[in-house]
Design a protein around this ligand. Structure first.
Ligand code: APR
Ligand code: PHB
Length: 394
């Protein structure tokens, strides 16, 4: 088999890259270890930055998102038992976030790809990358029938997530990895209940962080800071509600509506970056190259920003033979990556309870929270980062 760009992984990064390349008339093949049903059902985050929304709309895959997604022009920081609203749109010249679940984005991208006749090979196994230093790198794999296949490509995009095979093919002496693991996780649930708030609530409490998000008027997405070693059984429903009510209690009478919990899961909290994001003809994008803790809601948005830059660079190469944008891909992408890494780490540090925390640290966190809600300059900094920096800053 032969293609122009071999794409490993059908997550948001791989699928959006394939779509953006297809719009430019560039051929690609997407290889995915899981089944279509599995990737379309995996529950992940759900906040799209303004730039991600614009990119999906401009590339003609935004129709359902425009109908079903919920645009939010503000976000709430809750502490001291009160809500403090950050006016996202007012502070950023009209930009906003859209709440639309990642697996819905995946469904839209898979459909767009298959409708246009673009190949996605699901349920492949034993994927490996060969001949990276040559002009014709290859991806070897077993197809779903077990036959060994080889896909020869001009370029390979490693979009296979944090645990994929692409990143380790870069020799360790040529890559530098930056990691921070946080001493807590998030316990996430989906609940059948009416929404208790019109905007997302990021709540600071001495018992730990909690987050009130949403999926639809009838389904809510809630998280609470937990021990990283917790499993779903550590959290019977009664414990979840008691803890959420305690952490969200306040003088304003706010109370979550309870309902049937139909999904539970623990999310690890990690910051990670690999540099560079390119080796020879292999380009890394999305979680394969970087991880952020979910507090800033940046994971999916960074994946989209990476592949936008990569599609543009590949587009220029196939249109004119010029390689400058391919050469600068890693440096360009890493500027936004590190901004998002800092923002996500900062939000995480400001909002979580650290076990070794001293009363001094607790006072500093409260002071920081007051500052970002009371100072227009500080609130603008949060708002600009949260809605996402415009692409012309890349
Ligand atoms: N071969 C082929 N596919 C693979 C391989 C492999 N060896 N290893 C992993 N994959 C697939 C996974 O099954 C997954 O579907 O690659 C895909 C990677 O998708 P994501 O992990 O979603 O990563 P990415 O596309 O970079 O999107 C980043 O998704 O994980 C969330 O929170 C993250 O929002 C962020 C976004
Ligand atoms: C979500 O809705 O899943 C969500 C929202 C905001 C975050 C993380 C996750 O920061």
């Amino acid at each position: 088999m032969r293609t122009q760009v071999g794409i490993i992984g059908a997550g948001p990064a791989g699928l959006l890259l394939a779509h953006l390349l297809q719009l430019r008339g560039i051929e690609s093949v997407v290889l995915e270890t899981r089944s279509r049903e599995d990737i379309e059902a995996t529950i992940r985050a759900g906040v799209l930055e303004q730039g991600t929304v614009d990119l999906l709309n401009e590339s003609d895959v935004g129709e359902r998102m425009r109908r079903e997604g919920m645009r939010h022009e503000g976000v709430i920081l809750r502490f001291g038992g009160e809500n403090h609203r950050i006016r996202l749109s007012e502070l950023t010249g009209g930009r906003a976030i859209t709440v639309y679940a990642q697996h819905e984005v995946i469904r839209d991208l898979v459909k767009a790809r298959l409708d246009r006749g673009g190949p996605i090979l699901f349920e492949v196994k034993d994927v490996s990358v060969l001949d990276l230093d040559t002009k014709l790198p290859k991806i070897r794999f077993h197809d779903r029938d077990g036959a060994v296949q080889e896909l020869a490509c001009d370029y390979i995009a490693g979009c296979d997530g944090f645990h994929g095979v692409s990143r380790p093919t870069i020799p360790s002496r040529l890559r530098k990895e930056f990691t921070r693991v946080y001493p807590f996780g998030w316990f996430g649930i989906l609940v059948e209940a009416p929404s208790a708030t019109e905007e997302l609530i990021y709540a600071y409490h001495e018992r730990g962080f909690s987050l009130v998000s949403t999926r639809s008027p009838k389904i809510q997405r809630l998280y609470l800071q937990c021990d990283p070693n917790d499993v779903p059984d550590s959290w019977p429903d009664a414990r979840i509600w008691e803890e959420l009510h305690t952490r969200l209690a306040g003088s304003d009478g706010f109370r979550l509506a309870e309902g049937r919990i139909f999904q539970k899961g623990v999310i690890a909290m990690r910051s990670f970056v690999v540099e560079p994001m390119r080796h020879g003809r292999l380009f890394l994008a999305g979680d394969a190259a970087h991880i952020v803790p979910p507090t800033g809601a940046k994971g999916l948005n960074l994946a989209a920003a990476d592949v936008r830059i990569l599609a543009q660079a590949l587009g220029e190469f196939y249109a004119s033979g010029r390689k400058e944008l391919l050469e600068s891909y890693s440096e360009t992408a890493l500027r936004r990556v590190w901004r998002a890494e800092h923002f996500s780490w900062w939000m995480t540090s400001m909002l979580h309870h650290f076990h070794d925390e001293s009363p001094f640290h607790h006072r500093l966190q409260l002071s920081q929270l007051r500052n970002v809600t009371e100072s227009r300059a500080a609130a603008t900094m949060l708002a600009e980062n949260y809605v996402g920096l415009p692409f012309d800053k890349d």
